[in-house]
Design a protein around this ligand. Structure first.
Ligand code: BES
Ligand code: MN
Ligand code: ZN
Length: 493
């Protein structure tokens, strides 16, 4: 998508389609008011007639206008003037994105910066417009013929000179974050036979080639073996695809300690010998969404040239049942030296993550944040609205919660109290890899916490948020926006 700032005054504006805001109770945004006057009360008449009331989520396409400059108008409802919150603004944009897609125009202009949104400035509004319209223009096409491709190719933000600086900031951030989200979604939506651990590693190398301060190193199985990563390697033993440990390094911040981002990269999780049931198993191609998010976040951060040092670590593997696979009862010695009894081979995420989290220590991290589609129990606990947040440092967790509010990428903090560690006791090893049916997302996080005691750490369980299930099945790109916001906040404070 091409993005630009449109500074022509409304009277001179040329546009295939202009998007403007209206409110309930016959109240128009300043831009809508000006257009209403120009078109002899057309917008007011349509509202009087009840064609659109202005509720959040309503849109109306006016596809023929008396003079040629503006060819179409999309009216977007933003509720009662002065009462719109950030989430509702995004909801309205999502509806507008759908209407816009249906029009088949190739270029659209948004005159939406005059809509008042609580706790939002011009840069935030601009960024959300870019993120939301890019997201609605996303189309999976890697393995499917598209009869009806999305036509939209250019988006202009209508802004006055006074707003120019803020709009540029929002536009740069929005373009960077949207490209990170798209990268994440394209990788995540690929099937497991195409998106293998080796493919993910290749994509990381391609990403590193996009920016001279970003480099990539791939650790092969023999190197992981030498490091003692037996927990990680036990998972790939059940698969014919070799595991890869993808290590990305972005040096944008001088000699500051790095923020380390870790993402679970299970390119397909059949469960291993503790095989999953067949229904819905295809969705386990999404078990690499944590890893894809790390790649997306790094793409966003590098495109914003954030003055930070960042490390991305993605353990990538499949989890399949093979003659050489992990078996229930097997005992592994992790890189940290702790022994682990594998009571369920389907709890593989924590096995690949624990060695990666141990490896993270060598970077002397400022903080470590891992993202993982770790537990079905997280969906039971929180549904598919917020991601689950766990961590050993309140300040870090609060920073992430604040970023999640700004980014409208919700998070909910969960406990990792010591009481839960009881459930991970084993008769034969230092730790069991499962903690029974109760509090499954918590015991998984507590398992990880035993490998993160030496640094400030947070874990984000994205099992319920990384993809949509059902007829609209597809990756969401979460939590790329959340972590991008967290990094923006770190870069400016
Ligand atoms: N990748 C799954 C978690 C998952 C399940 C994510 C469903 C999204 C939807 C993970 O590897 C897994 O299988 N976890 C098990 C853990 C259990 C064996 C303790 C689970 O959640 O059932
Ligand atoms: Mn599993
Ligand atoms: Zn898994």
């Amino acid at each position: 998508m091409d993005h630009s700032i449109e500074s022509a005054p409304l009277e001179k504006l040329q546009s295939q389609c202009l998007l403007v805001g209206i409110h309930e109770n016959q109240v128009l945004s300043p831009t809508a008011q000006a257009l209403d006057a120009r078109y002899n009360g057309l917008i007011s008449r349509l509202m009087d007639r009840g064609d659109i009331k202005g509720k959040v989520g309503e849109t109306l396409l006016i596809n023929n206008l008396p003079d040629g400059g503006i060819e179409r108008l999309i009216l977007i409802g933003f509720g009662p003037r002065g009462e719109l919150n950030r989430k509702q603004f995004r909801k309205a944009l999502a509806a507008a994105g759908k209407t816009l897609k249906d029009t088949k125009v190739s270029a659209a202009s948004c005159a939406l910066l005059d809509v008042a949104v609580e706790h939002a400035d011009t840069a935030w509004l601009t960024r959300q417009i870019v993120e939301m319209f890019n997201d609605s223009a996303y189309q999976y096409n890697a393995t499917k013929k598209i009869d009806d491709p999305v036509a939209l190719q250019a988006l202009a933000i209508v802004a006055g000179d006074a707003d120019r600086h803020a709009v540029e900031t929002g536009l740069n951030q929005g373009i960077a974050i949207a490209s990170g989200i798209e990268f994440c979604k394209r990788l995540a939506d690929l099937p497991g036979n195409l998106c293998t651990p080796s493919y993910l590693a290749e994509q990381a190398i391609v990403l590193a080639g996009e920016h001279d301060k970003l480099s990539c190193e791939i650790l092969e199985e023999h190197q992981m073996e030498a490091l003692g990563m037996a927990a990680l390697l036990s998972v790939s033993r059940g698969s014919r695809q070799p595991a890869k440990l993808i290590c990305l390094n972005y040096q944008g911040g001088g000699d500051a300690k790095p923020i380390v981002l870790v993402g679970k990269g299970l390119t397909f999780d059949a469960g291993g010998i503790s095989l999953k049931p067949g229904l819905g198993m295809d969705e386990m191609k999404y078990d690499m969404c944590g890893g894809a998010s790390v790649l997306g976040i790094l793409r966003a951060a590098t495109r914003m040239n954030l003055p930070l040092n960042l490390v991305g670590l993605i353990p990538a593997s499949e989890n399949l049942p093979d003659g050489n696979a992990n078996k229930p009862g097997d005992i592994l010695t992790s890189m940290a030296g702790k022994t682990i009894e594998v009571l369920n081979t389907d709890a593989e995420g924590r096995l690949i993550l624990c060695d990666t989290l141990t490896y993270a220590k060598r970077y002397s991290p400022e903080v470590v944040i891992d993202m993982a589609t770790l537990t079905g129990a997280c969906i039971v606990a929180l549904g598919r609205v917020p991601s689950g947040l766990f961590g050993n440092d309140d300040a870090l967790c609060n920073d992430l919660l604040a970023a999640s509010e700004t980014a409208c990428d919700p998070l909910w903090r969960m406990p990792i109290w010591d009481d839960y560690a009881e459930q991970l006791k084993s008769n034969f090893a230092d730790l069991a890899n499962i903690g029974g049916p109760d509090g499954g997302s918590i015991t998984a996080a507590v398992f990880l916490s035993k490998f993160t005691e030496d640094y400030r750490w947070a874990h984000i369980d994205i099992a319920g948020t990384a993809w949509r299930t059902g007829t609209h099945k597809g990756a969401t790109g979460r939590p790329v926006a959340l972590l991008s916001q967290y990094l923006i906040d770190r870069a400016t404070t």
